[in-house]
Design a protein around this ligand. Structure first.
Ligand code: DC
Length: 221
């Protein structure tokens, strides 16, 4: 009997485009490890802010990065980042302060380089822990982290709708401003990806659209 394939699903898209809810639901449906790379950039930002490092201080950023190690704690189906053995609380990584700074820190090449191999390594974590694959969400997953992913999706949603979603969640977030800072990465990850406009779709509809080809691939194995 052929063994089930191990599938890598890349989901890129702008701030508040529905990536996290979609990825979480897919991880449950197919027993995939879920890696939210935005939370990794947020954790690094929180650490840099704790150390009072500014995005202009590249030497300070590099020194801080050299002083921390990145490991993973798998909680349920979620691959959480640990910095020197500790996770950073969700309240801190989702705080207004981290949200306001994260795109600036994420634009620094040293920050991106520090997370590159770590993110690729999540495929090994998923295999080791018996998952059927990995669903990774972010801005450059299909372009830089896993350009050979089995599936590459790009989630789009109208900025007005995205700002409304964040407000409903009680979160302060200038989604359009962050997208401007992230725009080059977004352009690159859009190339060759399947584009899904979720502006007028429910979460269930977005998930069903993405899930159909994944289910077909598992079924054909
Ligand atoms: O998905 P999010 O909004 O939580 O991401 C937070 C920030 O991290 C976002 O403004 C850009 C950055 N990011 C990135 O540059 N590359 C990724 N793969 C994921 C996030």
């Amino acid at each position: 009997m052929p063994s089930s394939p191990f599938l890598i699903v890349a989901i890129d898209g702008g701030a508040a485009s529905g990536k996290s809810s979609t990825s979480r639901t897919l991880s449950e449906r197919f027993h995939l490890l879920h890696a939210d790379t935005g939370s990794y950039y947020r954790a690094v930002t929180a650490e840099l802010l704790r150390r009072h490092v500014t995005p202009e201080d590249i030497n300070g950023v590099e020194a801080a990065l050299a002083a921390v190690t990145f490991t993973t704690r798998v909680t349920g189906r979620n691959a959480e980042i640990e910095l020197s053995g500790h996770t950073i609380p969700d309240t801190e990584i989702r705080s207004a302060e981290v949200t306001a700074h994260v795109a600036r820190f994420a634009a620094i090449p040293a920050v991106r380089a520090a997370l590159l191999d770590y993110q690729r390594g999540q495929a090994d974590t998923a295999r080791r822990d018996g998952f059927r694959g990995l669903v990774m969400e972010g801005r450059d997953i299909g372009s830089k982290i896993f350009p050979d992913a089995d599936f590459r999706f790009f989630l789009f949603a109208d900025p007005v709708e995205r700002a409304r979603r964040r407000e409903q969640q009680g979160l302060q977030d200038q989604v359009a401003k962050r997208d401007t800072l992230d725009s080059q990465r977004l352009q690159e990850s859009l190339q060759g990806a399947v584009l899904i406009d979720g502006t007028h779709l429910t979460l269930a509809e977005v998930v069903d659209t993405i899930a159909a080809p994944i289910a077909a691939k598992f079924a054909s194995a």
